[in-house]
Design a protein around this ligand. Structure first.
Ligand code: GRF
Length: 197
């Protein structure tokens, strides 16, 4: 009997792509799920190289193509995504994507939303704000994506301590470990447990 085709993940990443790497590793030999493509807005994104290493198509696009044409949408559609994962992707997702893939786009954010989210709250800025506020804990939020930065419905939050002597970089490393642990698990669970996300 013919096996049903695998479910497809499409990743969007703007930078280093260590979370993308975790997805590429985790699903490389998975019987039911594959990473079908990685898209980036940044020609210098190391994430593109990571995809190529796993023989996953790596596609670069411009701001104009993303916001003023259907080109990127059509390219993404050609990979038949069951889930689109924003893994360190810094641009707001346009309406045509939200309409075409309702409930199928998720993001990982390196803090406990709704605090420390929104425009400009990415990378080390997030961890600097958490350390400066004197918070005792931080963590990650994996959430659905809507038309506003970091505002969609939560899927998972996980916590880690902020130590009194932490620098933003030390906190960032601790939070990144949490991201690497949970992102592949959440993606797998979403794809295997629900036919329609
Ligand atoms: C991660 O902290 C992620 O939560 C955030 O951007 C960072 C990306 O790291 N959205 P990497 O590119 O996956 O290494």
């Amino acid at each position: 009997m013919k096996r049903p085709d695998k479910k497809n993940i499409v990743i969007f990443a703007s930078g280093s792509g260590s979370n993308a790497q975790r997805l590429l590793e985790h699903f490389e030999h998975h019987p039911e799920i594959r990473v079908a493509a990685l898209f980036s807005n940044n020609p210098k994104a190391y994430a593109l190289k990571r995809a190529e290493t796993y023989h996953v198509p790596a596609l670069l696009f411009s701001r104009d193509e993303f916001y003023n044409s259907e080109k990127v949408l059509e390219q993404v559609k050609s990979f038949h995504p069951d889930l689109i994962v924003l893994a360190g992707f810094l641009w707001l997702v346009p309406q045509n994507f939200l309409h075409t893939f309702p409930n199928k786009i998720i993001n990982i954010h390196p803090a406990l939303l709704p605090r420390y989210g929104g425009k400009g709250m990415h990378g080390i800025n997030v961890h600097t704000a958490v350390v400066q506020a004197g918070d005792k804990q931080s963590g990650i939020t994996i959430h659905h994506v809507n038309a506003e930065y970091d505002k969609g419905e939560f899927i998972l939050q996980e916590y880690c301590p902020v130590l009194p002597e932490d620098t933003p970089e030390e906190l960032a490393a601790r939070v990144l470990q949490l991201e690497h642990k949970h992102l592949p698990e959440v993606v797998e669970k979403l794809l295997l447990e629900k036919d329609e996300l």
